[in-house]
Write a protein of this length. Sequence first.
Length: 183
Amino acid sequence: MKVRIHGQILELCQGDITHQEVDAVVNAANCSLAGGGGVDGAIHRRGGPDIMRETDEKYPDGCPTGSAVISGAGNLPARHVIHAVAPVWSGGARGEAALLAGAYARCLELAVENGCSSIAFPSLGTGAYRYPLDQAARIALSTAIDFLNTRGRPELVRFVLFDAGAYGAFAAALEELSGNTPK
Ligand code: AR6
């Protein structure tokens, strides 16, 4: 599914974030940037040890929840990895929505600051951190749509959903938010 926002493309696909040939791929990291399972495990496994070496050196204090930091991409086909930290879901009354939106917005900001014209996101927070998928999809997409509307960049924002359930949740949210039928 693909929509145009101010001439830029926002698209959804089902797949693996580590295979994306874009300028920046986003990692679903933790605040100590220590690696882990899910997206984080896959990125460090395929990308190789250079990525962790660089983040250890540049960001010894890690990254706060709701924000992101950038590194090279090692052996991945992307140029950069942007390590974003989603909140752990604990019921929704602890600022989770603002923190999740902040993580997405910071990734987009870092992509623009680093001259990236394309970026691919996984669904941040909806695995080990248990953010409810439907709510997370709306936050992810509305943050990207707002950013594209106000900044007009990057040229391509892609959400790479790992399974059919996540794809369906994002597709429903995108239809609702963009008022467009699937293309
Ligand atoms: N490509 C795309 N999406 C994926 C992939 C992949 N290769 N692998 C999993 N997903 P998670 P979080 C989906 O747990 O919830 C780690 O241990 C997955 O189905 O990766 O932000 C970190 O170190 C889910 O929908 O990220 C942190 O400690 C989504 O990506 C913590 O988990 C996110 O799942 C971060 O948890």
